[in-house]
Design a binder for this molecule. Structure first.
Ligand SMILES: Cc1ncc(COP(=O)(O)O)c(C=O)c1O
Length: 396
């Protein structure tokens, strides 16, 4: 028997086990002959508009776009980002020092802790929150301190409730509005308080704004950089994945504090050589479209939300109506744990969801359903969920 083991202990701290488990439950459902309705992973089910596919196709035919791209992104890409940012948020950015291209925000979020902190440092991260925040900290050996987000506070943190001893050891704090999985939004007043708090305690504010263009009911999510001089203590991540349905192209960017961006770029210089130049061309084409170009995409999810929420309520499950993102975050019916509800729902009806505790301890008691299927399948899912809730025996 070989004594070699090709799996690091680090992998066990990444928290992705539940997603693998959900795939196992899916296999069980398929084995029983059920048709699965995939409302688990938040991967857009639609392609980008044809003009963007054409821009990418044209770029792929250009012989000059196949060299190593360079970690920071082309100057043209960064200038286009700066122009878009000004148009969208009325915030001026220096494209040479305050913009960094990324292979999706995931790239930046996962690598940031390695670039700016040392083992033993600590960071505040949203609970419930998007799992890569914790994974990035685990890889870097940074202590994760949960920032509680409670329904009664509109899922906004209560900064005053965090003890001084925690602030003393925290190096950075991650926020995410509009939020995955909570679908909560935050306004400029909140970001003003967040910037004030970060300044007061000398911590870096890291804002994940991956869903900036995906809000409903007339809401226009702000940027943290709209707060005057916020780039002294803040950076923000943006993504083209959801706003333009370019998830597979792997394209995003970080903006804000230049010292932090310089560190992130220095780390990434050792890991990758930047985003494929063809993808950057597609990104330029996207960001040069009308500033309201992402509206139809947000409208698609808003329409699905309307249909799904209404159908679930008609089935007797009174769920909240999310005002942003592609997710529905709902309390599981009385008597269930998150995991038991999600597992039992999938293995007995074929409707796949993610148990809320996959996103942190405070996610227990909730489930996340992604609006990534057509309206007719969402109606079918609601029908199956309704029958399940009326007939299944709750278990913990
Ligand atoms: C909150 C949040 N941040 C970041 C990401 C990663 O997006 P990408 O790497 O495609 O930009 C996602 C993807 O679902 C997300 O939900």
């Amino acid at each position: 028997m070989s004594r070699l083991q090709f799996r690091s202990d680090r992998l066990d701290r990444l928290g992705s086990a539940i997603f693998a488990e959900v795939s196992g439950w899916k296999q069980q459902a398929i084995g029983k002959g059920l048709s699965v309705i995939n409302l688990d992973i938040g991967s857009p089910d639609q392609p980008p508009v044809e003009s963007l596919r054409a821009a990418l196709a044209d770029a792929c035919l250009r012989p000059d776009l196949y060299r190593y791209p360079g970690t920071e992104g082309t100057l043209t890409f960064r200038q286009t980002v700066a122009k878009w940012f000004y148009h969208r948020f009325q915030v001026e950015l220096d494209p040479r020092t305050e913009v960094l291209s990324l292979m999706g925000t995931q790239d930046g979020l996962a690598h940031l802790p390695l670039a700016i902190s040392n083992p033993g440092d600590a960071a505040l991260l949203p609970d419930p929150g998007y799992p890569v925040y914790g994974a990035g900290l685990a890889v870097a050996g940074v202590e994760a301190i949960p920032l509680p987000l409670l329904e009664e506070n509109g899922y906004l943190p209560d900064f005053e409730a965090i003890p001084q001893s925690v602030w003393d050891k925290v190096k950075f704090m991650i926020l995410n509005y509009p939020s995955n999985p909570l679908s909560a939004t935050a306004d400029l007043d909140f970001f003003e308080r967040a910037v004030y708090t970060a300044r007061k305690h000398g911590v870096l504010l890291v804002h994940d704004n991956a869903y900036s263009e995906m809000a409903f009911d007339g809401i226009r999510p702000p940027s943290v950089l709209e707060i005057p001089n916020a780039s002294d203590i803040a950076i923000e991540f943006h993504s083209l994945s959801k706003s333009y349905h370019l998830a597979g192209t792997r394209l995003g960017f970080a903006v804000g504090n230049r010292e932090v961006l310089t560190s992130l770029r220095a780390l990434k210089n050792n890991i990758d050589f930047g985003v494929f130049l063809g993808a950057q061309e597609a990104g330029i084409a996207a960001l040069e479209m009308d500033i309201h170009a992402p509206k139809p995409i947000a409208g698609l999810y808003e329409g699905r939300r309307n249909v799904f929420v209404r159908a679930l309520r008609e089935q007797g499950w009174i769920v909240p109506s999310p005002q942003a993102t592609m997710f529905l975050w709902a309390a599981v019916p009385e008597g269930w744990s998150s995991r038991a509800f999600s597992q039992s729902l999938l293995t007995s009806t074929g409707v796949a969801s993610i148990p809320g505790n996959a996103f942190g301890q405070l996610g227990e008691g909730y489930v996340r359903l992604a609006l990534v299927e057509h309206e007719d399948l969402l109606l079918e899912a609601a029908r199956r969920i309704g029958h399940f809730i009326r007939t299944a025996q709750p278990s913990k």
